[in-house]
Design a protein around this ligand. Structure first.
Ligand code: GLV
Length: 321
């Protein structure tokens, strides 16, 4: 009898094909994620679990799976949905899909920067709602990006890719925060590592790229918005919880900052009654950062490779770090 893998959603064939060569693969077929009860029941007996960022994988899920569970492969680079410490303590390997989605996600961030700084959201609505009456000499004005300051909060792989695109395309100056100095980044972008306060007060464009954890939850709140420039735009392609959304709403509504572009919210999807939906200066995407055919195919292959290695007790090629 072949070992069982539970996959919590239909993912690209490139990954499913690899898994099906070796395992009995149970794929959740519905459009929406399995609810808790379904997850706990379907994971039973699996040696491997292929999860999405929207699945909360905690000790209850690990217990429900049973002691044969060897690996959890998240189909994402972020892994705040998994209790990694508990998994490792049980000898369950946990993997993710770094690098292959870096450019796709950075492209999303750059798209949001331009959308935010040039009023794409309200302009699109103007056309759609038949409110486009004439060419406006002083309406819908945004800001140039050339030569402005870009603040990267969390200079990792995706932050560096965003900097590369915005420095290469628009000659932006770069300041950044990171846990440790990054001499190669300083050199590549003539960038300066600064404190969060310095970054927020100096930047015209702020792009968030930190993990979500206890230290970073709501790291951008009322106090942080208050020190940003009035022309600042903030873009979040990391995790919604990094930003205090009530504070963001106030800052956008009262024009403490110019605009925001979000690919992530807290919670996801954004609730129907969220006031952020009503703002002209807030562009919101439904978490599509890595949504390219190329990136998702490669993510599926990496997740499958992680489970193939984990199931035989080998070290996995893409462990979370
Ligand atoms: C997407 O948000 C990811 O973590 O891959």
């Amino acid at each position: 009898m072949r070992n069982k893998i539970f996959v919590t959603r239909i993912i690209p064939d490139a990954g499913l094909k690899l898994l099906r060569e070796q395992f009995d693969v149970d794929v959740w077929q519905e459009f929406l994620p399995p609810n808790r009860e379904a997850l706990l029941s379907r994971v039973q007996g699996a040696v491997g679990l292929l999860s999405l960022l929207s699945d909360r994988i905690d000790t209850e899920v690990m217990d429900a799976a049973g002691p044969q569970l060897r690996g959890i492969a998240n189909f994402a680079v972020g892994f705040n949905n998994i209790d990694v410490a508990a998994a490792i303590a049980r000898g369950i390997a946990v993997g993710n899909t770094p690098d292959v989605l870096t450019d796709a996600t950075a492209d999303t961030a750059v798209g949001l920067v331009i959308a935010a700084v040039r009023h794409f959201q309200s302009s699109i609505l103007q056309v759609r709602n038949l409110q486009w009456k004439t060419w406006e000499p002083i309406g819908q004005l945004g800001h140039d990006l050339n030569g402005k300051t870009l603040g990267i909060v969390g200079m990792g792989r995706i932050g560096a890719a965003v900097a590369r695109k915005l420095v290469g395309g628009w000659g932006m100056k770069v300041v950044y925060t990171s846990r440790s100095p990054k001499p190669e980044i300083d050199k590549e972008f003539s960038a300066t590592r600064v404190s969060l306060e310095q970054l927020l007060s100096q930047s015209d464009v702020i792009s968030l790229h930190t993990d979500l954890n206890e230290q970073t939850k709501h790291m951008i709140s009322h106090r942080e918005f208050a020190i940003m420039k009035p022309n600042a735009v903030i873009v979040n392609t990391a995790r919604g919880g990094v930003v205090d959304q009530d504070a963001l709403y106030s800052a956008l509504k009262s024009k403490v900052i110019f605009a925001a572009g979000l690919d992530v919210t807290d919670p996801e999807p954004l609730p129907a009654d969220s006031p952020l939906r009503e703002l002209d200066n807030c562009t919101i995407l439904p978490h599509i950062g890595s949504a390219t055919f190329e990136a998702r195919d490669r993510m599926a292959v990496m997740a499958a490779q992680n489970l193939i290695a984990a199931s035989t007790g080998k070290s996995i090629p893409f462990p979370v770090r």
